[in-house]
Design a protein around this ligand. Structure first.
Ligand code: ATP
Length: 512
């Protein structure tokens, strides 16, 4: 099965088991907007908790806030979003489909990369043991030609983006003979800039209605509260402010399921430091954030840094943590050294000082900021896509199992009476009623025990306990582990400890 097929199956699975639904489905859906179902909401909450505790609870110099989505419109002038939060868009006149010009070009570059890789694989087969990849890449005429083409297109694209030269972007699309994937034609409009912020109006009709924006990032809510938090929390630099919340972007290219949404959630932290110390902290947070990701056990090889060469005008260092999604390595989290840009701009636009008095140096200054910004929905996708597995068992049966990190699993323990009679359901309910204070438990008495195990595997429940007739006499139950499917007979009194060993937040966070 190709990666694409597995991804399709995962999307269907996420729907079938109540993780993720298309928004407004009975009205044929709303593009790039999704709802989280009963299990998706639990998974999302567990991820939030894992992030919040790692960032806020475990750092005595980081606090968390929850700022409003609506903010004064001047904030988005100051932050640069009104003027520059744009994507270059282009329409195909035949299919009427709209694309991001830079994405069309990136897809084109990816195709060249595929051609190069195919050629290299051909060489590897042909020369077998004597194959020298480095030499092949520098001498094979097809590879050399494609690498040159790749470099040329990527240089022209970056130059055009940097210079905001929309005509040059269009020309590049024409020169590369890129066709619309839907109509197959090269009948393109000019490239135009498109602001990604959603706007609406605040105030009733009788009042003077003002245009305001739905926030495109949560970070600005932190910047404008910097002094409130610093003063009321008596925070001393270096310190951080964290926040989890919704953000909205009118994305032109909405695809790849919950990877690119128009309404999504971010988990951001702004770390305020002394000017001059920002690069040290940038490197600190790069390491710390990668450790957090790896502690989830999805596979260390699934992460890589992508350092930005082309920096935004306000940044002096930036990197992405990329994850191996089913459609390739893509950004999961951004870490940016934003200098004093945001606070200085708010100082300028609001006319209020945004300075910190440093008691150690006896100086006042606008702090520098290092930001870590991770998409919650992209984390859900990273977790689900690496957990999803279709397996053939030794007995010839098949199972679909979500090998979720136990700490994130929506249901931690399934409580299953072997039969629906003879007092077993009552015994099972007793266990459930006790343990539900500690873990999210699910009770299930329908169908054969084998079917019930499959249902729990499919939603990633790490532990199942089965109550049988003997349990009534000896107060022991069978506990089954999801991944190994191993079963063990244990006293009911030990259940809490055994489940806790697998799902305890403390244990997982201690691995960081
Ligand atoms: P991209 O280049 O993929 O559009 P970005 O560089 O614009 O992302 P940032 O502005 O750095 O993203 O936002 C921080 C994080 O928020 C991203 O790393 C990503 O995880 C998440 N994010 C951004 N846009 C979206 C979106 N449309 N849908 C879901 N998550 C998003």
């Amino acid at each position: 099965m190709t990666q694409e097929d597995v991804f399709k199956n995962l999307i269907a699975h996420a729907k079938e088991y109540g993780f993720i639904f298309q928004s407004s489905e009975i009205y044929d859906g709303l593009s790039a907007v999704y709802d989280y179902g009963q299990l998706g909401a639990e998974l999302k909450n567990n991820i939030k908790r894992y992030w919040w505790d790692a960032m806020v609870r475990l750092h005595d110099n980081i606090v968390g806030i929850d700022s409003a989505i609506f903010m004064h419109p001047s904030i988005w002038e100051a932050s640069g979003h009104v003027g520059a939060f744009n994507d270059p868009l282009i329409d195909n006149k035949d299919s009427k489909k709209r694309y991001r010009a830079d994405v069309l070009l990136e897809d084109y570059l990816e195709k060249i990369e595929e051609k190069i890789n195919k050629e290299v694989e051909k060489g590897r087969k042909k020369f077998a043991d004597g194959f020298d990849e480095a030499q092949f890449r520098t001498t094979n005429p097809n590879v050399v030609r494609n690498v040159q083409k790749q470099e040329e297109v990527s240089r022209r694209m970056n130059d055009a983006l940097r210079a905001n030269d929309l005509a040059a972007l269009k020309q590049l699309i024409v020169d590369c003979e890129i066709a619309c994937p839907v109509s197959g034609s090269r009948n393109w409009t000019d490239v135009r800039q498109f602001n990604l912020m959603f706007s609406t109006q605040i105030g009733s009709v009788s009042e003077e209605a003002n245009v305001i924006y739905l926030r495109p990032e949560t970070a600005q809510g932190i910047f404008v509260n910097f002094l409130n938090v610093q003063k009321t929390g008596r925070m001393k630099i270096p310190f951080g402010i964290a926040q989890i919340g919704k953000a909205f972007r009118n994305e032109i290219v909405a695809r790849q399921f919950i990877f690119r949404m128009r309404e999504f959630e971010q988990m951001e932290m702004q770390f305020f430091v002394r000017p001059g110390e920002e690069l040290k902290w940038f490197s600190h947070w790069k390491d710390a954030r990668l450790r957090w990701h790896k502690s989830l056990g999805l596979g260390d090889e699934k992460y890589r840094f992508h350092d930005h060469e082309k920096l935004a005008h306000y940044a002096n260092a930036a990197t992405d943590i990329e994850f191996a999604f089913p459609f390739g390595f893509k950004e999961l989290e951004g870490i940016h050294s934003r200098t004093d840009f945001d606070l200085s701009r708010h100082q300028e636009f609001s006319g209020r000082k945004q300075q910190y008095f440093d008691p150690e140096t006896n100086e006042s200054y606008v702090p520098y900021v290092v930001e870590t910004s991770i998409g919650l929905d992209r984390t859900v996708l990273a977790v689900l896509s690496s957990a999803y597995s279709e397996e053939k068992l030794d007995n010839g049966e098949e199972r679909v199992v979500l090998r979720l990190p136990a700490v994130l699993a929506p249901v931690k323990l399934a409580v299953l009476p072997l039969v629906k009679k003879d007092g077993l359901p009552e015994k099972a309910r007793d266990i459930m009623n006790d343990l539900k204070f500690d873990f999210n438990c699910q009770y299930d008495e329908k169908d054969s025990i084998g079917k019930r195990y499959r249902r729990q595997d499919a939603i990633g429940t790490p532990c199942c306990v089965t109550i049988d007739h003997q349990s009534l006499d000896d107060n022991q139950v069978t506990i089954r582990e999801r991944d190994s499917m191993q079963q063990q007979r244990v006293p009911i009194a030990q259940l809490r400890r055994l489940v806790e060993e697998q799902v305890s937040l403390r244990k997982w966070l201690e691995r960081m």
